[in-house]
Design a protein around this ligand. Structure first.
Ligand SMILES: C[S@@+](CC[C@H](N)C(=O)[O-])C[C@H]1O[C@@H](n2cnc3c(N)ncnc32)[C@H](O)[C@@H]1O
Length: 278
């Protein structure tokens, strides 16, 4: 079970800091280190575009966590670099892949890399959604900069068209006949309500996006939710063209389809070469 975070010792100043603190945790990193699977939408992307986007390419993997994606990208890439802004996460990844280039780095500042240095940049499992909207744009501009013209940007994001249960919903409470397990579940459920209460002021609704709490991080902080249309428009403005879209079960989708049962959506885009708007 995903551990309840103890990262919220004191009320942080802003969303970015709060999220960074959430991932700066040995317990969270250890939990991610047990994850060894490839998601359906990631497999679908690799099946369709892996040969051109990953095989023998220079790949930058952002938000690697404990290295879940490293396992299936590293053997295929000509050059693989993994980064995460949580040193606990990077330490967990280094323990699994000791001879690999894995660095502590924030997606908003990729100044360690030259313009056009990578063929492909990946930001998996909605990692980009833990940034504020301003931070998200900064990260996407940096990703655009380090990509070659025509380079690939692959990422998933939370689907605003899916309804998510609020903090009080019993959907967030798993029932168990085992008394100790049930106590743990109850602790997590109440912890979620407590986390939400402390950070509820950070949630808001904008025309183009929403900062929304969900059970994925035990309501520790809101994540950015977008519709596919809004996400496509944002990418368009930044100089990316959306090539393929996959929903959570790995089916190919399109911008007009709402995919209301899909918690997140994977976009595979290419740097279009158009000027990046300020
Ligand atoms: C939901 S976890 C996913 C981890 C891993 N990609 C996986 O799929 O198992 C999101 C990861 O993104 C990282 N992350 C979030 N924002 C980041 C940023 N601005 N720069 C670098 N890493 C970031 C977090 O530290 C965390 O490890």
């Amino acid at each position: 079970m995903f551990p309840s975070s103890s990262a919220q010792n004191s009320m942080p100043i802003d969303l970015d800091t709060l999220n960074q603190r959430f991932y700066q945790s040995r317990a969270i990193a250890d939990w991610y280190a047990t994850k060894d699977f490839i998601m359906a939408e990631e497999q679908a992307f690799l099946d369709k575009h892996g040969a051109e986007a990953v095989d023998a390419r220079h790949v930058l993997d952002i938000g690697i966590g404990a290295g879940r994606t490293t396992r299936f990208l590293l053997p295929r890439a000509a050059r693989y670099v993994g980064v995460d802004y949580s040193s606990d996460m990077v330490a967990a990844a280094v323990a699994r892949f000791p001879d690999t280039r894995l660095n502590v780095m924030d997606a908003r500042d990729l100044s360690a890399y030259h313009d056009g240095e990578f063929d492909t940049v990946i930001f998996s499992f909605n990692g980009i959604d833990s940034l504020s909207f301003v931070g998200r744009l900064a990260a996407m501009k940096e990703i655009h900069r380090v990509l070659k013209p025509g380079g690939w940007f692959i990422f998933s994001f939370h689907n605003r068209d899916q309804k998510t249960p609020g903090p009080f919903s019993v959907c967030n409470l798993s029932f168990s006949k085992h008394p100790l397990r049930m106590l743990e579940n109850l602790h997590r459920y109440l912890g979620g309500i407590f986390n939400w209460w402390r950070t509820r002021a950070l949630a808001y609704i904008d025309r183009d996006y929403e900062m929304r709490h969900d059970s994925g991080n035990v309501f520790a902080a809101p994540n950015c939710y977008l519709t596919k249309t809004a996400q496509r428009d944002q990418l368009d403005a930044l100089g990316f063209e959306v090539i393929s879209i996959f929903n959570q079960v790995g089916n190919e989708s399109s911008v007009p389809e709402l995919d209301q049962t899909s918690s997140w959506i994977l976009f595979a885009c290419r740097k279009s070469g158009a000027a990046v708007q300020a």
